[in-house]
Design a protein around this ligand. Structure first.
Ligand SMILES: *[C@@H]1O[C@H](CO)[C@@H](O)[C@H](O)[C@H]1NC(C)=O
Ligand SMILES: *[C@@H]1O[C@H](CO)[C@@H](O)[C@H](O)[C@H]1NC(C)=O
Length: 153
């Protein structure tokens, strides 16, 4: 498991090695061509990642993805602060296909400052079925999701 994370992290750190698209304002990593939304739905545990505002002081971070009737994805991010469960719900809208045929989303939460980059902010850069590496535009955030909470066990 550790070597998998190290491999992913070094892939990303060498960011010139990750194919990306430049739209004049921001960089967008290319999504995994093997991405398939139906199999991606459900629960994912965050096993590593950069800090996001909603995960500050959080442990046991997990996300739940469900398909909405209109083709967007319902996002429910959960974690624990102390003993208290907290969550934030939002919507992931598939991005314009110019950013990738699939695996590119604009995730929006109810309270959010207007974005600097107008393209997708959730790009599934690598997807194995059991693990997923998610990047945001300009490589500013990264997280690794696992289907298992403790993949070492
Ligand atoms: C994204 O990165 C590029 C290149 O480093 C930079 O010019 C641009 O200002 C960045 N955009 C944002 C919104 O941070
Ligand atoms: C799609 O449906 C979701 C859930 O009902 C809603 O929050 C979202 O605004 C809708 N998006 C569009 C583009 O209609």
């Amino acid at each position: 498991m550790r070597s998998f994370i190290t491999l992913l992290a070094s892939t990303v750190v060498a960011k010139n090695a990750v194919p990306s698209l430049w739209d004049g304002t921001c960089f967008y990593p290319k999504p995994d061509i093997g991405f398939e939304l139906e199999s991606y739905l459900g629960r994912w545990y965050q096993i590593a990642g950069t800090n996001a505002p909603y995960t500050a002081n959080c442990k046991c971070v997990f996300a739940e993805y469900k398909l909405n009737d209109n083709g967007t994805v319902y996002v429910n991010n959960n974690c624990q602060v102390g003993n208290k469960p907290v969550n934030i719900r939002g919507t992931a809208t598939p991005a314009n296909p110019e950013y990738g045929a699939s695996g590119v989303f604009r995730v929006q939460f109810p309270v959010e400052i207007p974005p600097d980059c107008l393209g997708p902010n959730y790009i599934v850069q690598d997807y194995t079925g059991d693990f997923s590496l998610v990047l945001s535009n300009n490589f500013t955030t990264l997280f690794i999701l696992s289907r298992k909470q403790h993949p070492d066990e």
